[in-house]
Design a protein around this ligand. Sequence first.
Ligand code: GLU
Length: 513
Amino acid sequence: MEKKVRVRFAPSPTGPQHIGGIRTALYNYLFAKQQKGTFILRIEDTDQTRYVPGSEEYLKKALHWCGIQPDEGVDEGGPHAPYRQSERKDMYKQYAQQLIDAGHAYYSFDTEEELNEMREKLKEARVAQPQYNSITRMSMKNSLTLSEQEVKAKIDAGEPYVIRLKVPRKDEVRLNDMVRGWIMVQSSTLDDKVLMKSDGMPTYHLANVVDDHLMEITHVIRGEEWLPSAPLHVLLYQFFGWEASMPQFAHLPLLLKPDGNGKLSKRDSLKHGFPVFPMEWVDEENNKLPGFREEGYLPEAFINFLAFLGWNPGTEQELFTKEELVKTFSIANINKAGARFDIHKAKWYNQQYLRLKSDEELADMLLPVLERAGVKSSREKAVQVSGLMKERVTFPAEIWENAKFFYEAPQRYDEKIVNKKWTEEAAIVLQAFANALKEQKVTLTADEVKAVLEEVLNALDVKMGKVMQALRLAVTGEGSGPDLMPTIEVLGRDETASRIQYALQKLGDQIKT
Ligand code: GLU
């Protein structure tokens, strides 16, 4: 029987996760949901020196905003709790000991100076990548070179030590990555990585592999930057005797800068002003890093955009709800090549999802914006304005920014339109239209407004096209905007007539003959 799928997202709280991390979480989540498996959130906080307060909270909020809900994890609990590695600290020792007992790991007592000295010597001998490995370890201070008594004496005396993995000298480490296929690495190129630090904390490598095993993880889906660690992890599975239940690996492609040159970073955000973080974050230098959430991206647009950064369904379809992504996602369709970040695509997605919202939903977003701007609006009017503006904006805030004329009569008029379209003919029609409006009932539908205008145009024998822009100018101050008749319907009979009157007076001396 196939094992039940269990995947994890295992971030380290070393600062805000940029969208690469959230994409990893999303792919794990989609895969878990699709396979009716379990999605776990584990916090890997064993490196206390890199700990940044607030990172874990930030991450959990970001996942919540995206609708990526863990089944097991730091807050959810579960059969393998605790899920924060610092709270599991004592448990890792026995596994390090197991490796020592089996001859796959050893104590190393070298001081920082001794390690630097070794690296310097190797550099002088033109070794490109100085490593603590099967050759160099034999001239260092460790339990492979010292006698058993010496080792015991040092440990008893409380001398600091680390535990290192004893990487075999000549071995071929293989792994079959689900994205990249077979990968083979010569063990001679690997470092004798530290597994347990002198403060008694495990390193990432040990804690990660032990926890993946204990938590019965079936698939490790993570960023490409972890690919160089994968052979080491495979060795650990072998040495622990856990090879048969080793998870399958899938390393996700890098996220690249918009020009494709190098990894997408926080600096790109500062340079171009686009967000690379899910939510706003103020960094240690007090830079305010913009977030997709604060910029007005909808979570459903954000995850659709993210899903396509490194995956495609193999069809033309681009819009996928989360449920559709769950159905369609497959590891086989993850790309090997790095994915270029394109903010225009993110905006396009946002536009598409805004259009799918009902007028009522958009009004719920617009009303607080209006309130903050000190503008009074009935809900009914906010619904109408949202409906008229939704095809014309990318972000909810733009509804207000581009539609202020629904709430404030124009004080200034688009010069270009004044110069081109503010003609005597138009002024005559507008005056007649304003007069005709005043004779109508208080509330008019767009069709009724149109009928009044047509009647005026017929009587004066003027074509509609000759006056439409002048009318728009008088009513909104602008040369373009949402459909004019429904706009007038929202503004109402009296407001429209008074705006026309005001424009005729204000722009009276600019009429073209
Ligand atoms: N703690 C690692 C990180 O910060 C996890 C890498 C992995 O998934 O193995 O991304």
